[in-house]
Unconditional design. Structure first.
Length: 123
C-alpha cells in the first residue's frame, strides 16, 4: 500500500514561520495577521496579547470558524481576565498558544479540511 499526501494548492498553509515572520504561498508576512484556509487578512493589528480586544477577536469570529487559534508570540501567554468577559457567548472554541505552535496546529487542522481561523501575533 502506498500512501501519498494530498496537497490542495488552494488552501493557505504555513510554509515557514519564526517569531517575527510567516510565509504562506511564497509571500512573507512580518506583522500580525489572520489566516483561514481560504483567506488572509494582513495587518490584523495586535502586537501583544495584552492589547487584543474583543473587537480584534470579533474580526475572526465573523469568518465563521469552528475553532480559533491565537498565536501569542514567542511564548504562550494568556489575555487579561477581563478579555474573557468580552468573548463570552461567541459559541466558538478559542485556544491560545505560542505563534509557532499555532502555525503547526493550523496546518494539521487545515489539512483535515477543518474550518479553522488563526490570529497570529508577530513580535
Amino acid at each position: 500500500m502506498e500512501l501519498k499526501l494530498q496537497y490542495d494548492s488552494t488552501i493557505n498553509y504555513f510554509q515557514s514561520y519564526s517569531s517575527h515572520a510567516i510565509s504562506i504561498k511564497d509571500i512573507e508576512y512580518q506583522s500580525s495577521l489572520i489566516v483561514t484556509p481560504r483567506k488572509i487578512i494582513a495587518d490584523w493589528g495586535p502586537t501583544n496579547i495584552d492589547f487584543v480586544s474583543g473587537d480584534d477577536i470579533e474580526k475572526i469570529v465573523n469568518l465563521n470558524p469552528e475553532v480559533i487559534l491565537i498565536g501569542t508570540g514567542k511564548r504562550l501567554r494568556f489575555p487579561k481576565p477581563e478579555f474573557y468577559a468580552e468573548i463570552a457567548g461567541k459559541n466558538v472554541g478559542i485556544e491560545f498558544m505560542d505563534t509557532l505552535a499555532a502555525c503547526r496546529t493550523y496546518n494539521v487542522l487545515a489539512t483535515e479540511s477543518r474550518e479553522v481561523a488563526t490570529g497570529l501575533i508577530l513580535e
